[in-house]
Write a new protein. Structure first.
Length: 234
């Protein structure tokens, strides 16, 4: 990609950011949301190879302040990725107007925490809400793997692999005797594997790069590329 194309993309992204939020004030919260890019390897000060997951940060703006008196709990609602006018409802436009959005937003999330002082609607959430060396709790949706059998889904051993056994990859008996005469709840069956909300605790933040708007965390992160990941400092 040429230098002129890079400059055009940067100007386009900056223009979108200005249209999304009404102010350029940066605020730090107890965590942030980012998008999974993929895995790589970096080397620490000791020369050791560290597997990391690269997360792409996109601008989030404060869209609502939830208080104990109003909603029953304290939280900071944030919005990201402005939508087109034709794809936005009137209620969305009205709700996000105070935050500087012309239309609705594709993503609206919240961070449950005590409200920082002097926090205003439209303020941009800083990527430096997290720092190198912090430990976070990650929450994301895992990859959906479709309908699979019980052996693959639950790691069953299965039956003998030799000829004549007639019991290779079957789940086995599922019933009971005359009493209770039914399949007990929670029995492990074939079904939809994956596509679940997964939380990983005590994950180290390896690097935060505000210039390139990326951060790296140690080890794998649930989900496919572009999966939205919630990071909360512990």
């Amino acid at each position: 990609m040429s230098t002129q194309e890079n400059t055009a993309l940067d100007n386009k992204s900056k223009k979108g950011e200005v249209q999304a939020g009404k102010g350029s004030t940066l605020v730090k919260l107890n965590g942030l949301y980012a998008f999974k890019e993929g895995m790589s390897t970096v080397y620490n000060d000791k020369g050791e190879a560290v597997p990391v997951t690269i997360l792409r940060y996109e601008p989030w703006y404060v869209s609502q302040l939830k208080t104990a008196n109003g909603e029953g709990y304290q939280a900071v609602q944030i919005a990201c990725k402005p939508k087109k006018s034709k794809n936005s409802k009137a209620s969305e436009k009205g709700h996000l107007k105070a935050a500087g959005f012309e239309n609705g937003a594709a993503l609206i999330k919240e961070m449950r925490q005590d409200l920082p002082q002097d926090l205003e609607l439209g303020s941009q959430v800083s990527i430096e809400s997290l720092s190198k060396g912090d430990f976070v709790k990650l929450t994301a949706k895992s990859k959906g793997r479709g309908f699979v059998g019980s052996m693959k889904r639950w790691n069953f051993q299965g039956g003998p692999a030799s000829h004549g056994s007639k019991f290779h990859r079957q789940p086995g008996s599922i019933g009971n005797r005359t009493w209770p005469g039914r399949v007990m709840p929670g029995k492990k069956f074939p079904g939809h594997w994956g596509d679940e909300t997964v939380t990983v605790k005590n994950v180290e933040v390896v690097e935060v790069n505000p210039e390139e708007k990326v951060l790296m965390v140690k080890g794998p992160v649930p989900g496919a590329r572009n999966t939205l990941v919630k990071l909360v400092r512990v």
